[in-house]
Structure formats: C-alpha cells, structure tokens
Design a protein around this ligand. Structure first.
Ligand SMILES: [Zn+2]
Length: 213
C-alpha cells in the first residue's frame, strides 16, 4: 500500500462562529457552500470577508464552513508580518492568548479579541492510516517531500487521527512555497532516530554541541 501523503496548501482563510457570521451577514443567514474540501463535511463558502490588522488588510478572504464554536483567522507568517500581528503557531481551535483583528463584510465591522493564528502543520488521517503508517494521534513526525531540485524535510508535523478524516497533509502558503511542488505534491513520513519521536530543535542543539546520533 502507498505511503504517499497528499500535501494540500491552504491560503489565508477564516472560520467564523455562527454568531459572528450572522453579525456580518444578517440575522438568520447561513453559509453558502461553494466547493467541498478534502476533509469530509468541510467546504469553501461563497461568502468572502475583509480582515484588517494594525499594518494592513486582506480583502476577499475565503470563509470555510461549517461554522465553528469560535472565529479563527489563519495566516502564513508572511501574511502576519504584512498584517502587523505577531505570528503565533497553534493547532486549529487553540486560540487562547492569540492576537485579535477586525473583520468586515457588507458594511459591517467586528473586532475579535483573539483568534489570529499561524496553523501548525499537520496530517489528517483515519485510524487505519495511522496503523499502516505506524504513527499515533498527536505524534509529531518528519515528512520528506518530492520536489524538483528543492526537496524539503518538514519537522514538527503533528498527526491528527479521526475516523472522519481523509489522508492529507496541510501546510500554509509559506510552507508550500518552500519546496518546488508539482500539481499534486505529496510527502512521505520519514522515520529518523529508529522511528522514535524526536524534535528537530533538540537535534540541532545536540549537533551544535558536537553530539552525533
Ligand atoms: Zn487541516
């Protein structure tokens, strides 16, 4: 069986709470699905919004559905720099202590006190994928990419296992542009250190100290 993991590159986008969505688009409004995404039940909505930060704004931002419990804005680090907020790398949904921003649509504006994150790169998979790939939920792995002249090994890629997921690795535009991908990029989990979980940061420190593994 193939161990290829399709790599999907997410451009900046937002997830809105039902409350915030209705505030911007009107009471009783519902998201209009435009295109299904790889994860079952997830979709790109027709609705678009503008997001405003201390240093810049982005217009025509994609809204992904369905609505979430809390509004979340996902940016790449390059975006965050232009936008004027600190880059905080988080797993989706973990927004405590993250920067806020202003959302705007239909002449309405809404300040959100938190929710701007740089998504931590991750792989969605089913429990049977996890068995086949010898990994566990929340484990952090290395992924090596196929690329022309610019292959890359991603470290700190968190594995997310759920029966409703479909196998795909999600990276942002900065991460996607860091390797030269073709139309359907993919990666393979790389087992270093006898397959035990290991942190690249720790590895770099060891190499600096002259420790070779
Ligand atoms: Zn994802």
């Amino acid at each position: 069986m193939s161990t290829k993991i399709p790599i999907e590159i997410s451009a900046r986008h937002v997830h809105l709470s039902q409350h915030d969505f209705e505030y911007l688009f009107g009471e009783g409004a519902t998201l209009t699905p435009e295109k299904e995404l790889s994860q079952p039940g997830q979709y790109l909505a027709k609705e678009r919004i503008t997001i405003l930060g201390p240093k810049g704004k982005f217009e025509n931002i994609a809204v992904l559905g369905p609505c979430r419990n809390e509004t979340q804005v996902e940016l790449a680090i390059t975006d965050a720099r232009k936008f004027g907020v600190k880059s905080v790398i988080r797993q989706s949904g973990d927004i405590e202590g993250t920067p806020g921003c202003t959302l705007s649509a239909n002449g309405k504006t809404l300040d959100i006190p938190r929710g701007v994150i740089v998504a931590k790169r991750h792989i969605h998979m089913t429990p049977s994928d996890a068995i086949r790939l010898h990994v566990q939920d929340n484990e952090e792995v290395f992924v090596i990419t196929e690329s022309y002249e610019r292959a890359l090994i991603y470290a700190d890629v968190v594995v997310r296992v759920h029966k409703d997921y479909r196998l795909a690795m999600h990276v942002d535009t900065d991460e996607g542009n860091a390797f030269a991908s073709d139309a359907n990029p993919y990666g393979v989990i790389l087992k270093l250190f006898d397959g035990s979980a290991y942190n690249l940061h720790m590895w770099a420190e060891e190499l600096l100290e002259g420790i070779q593994r």
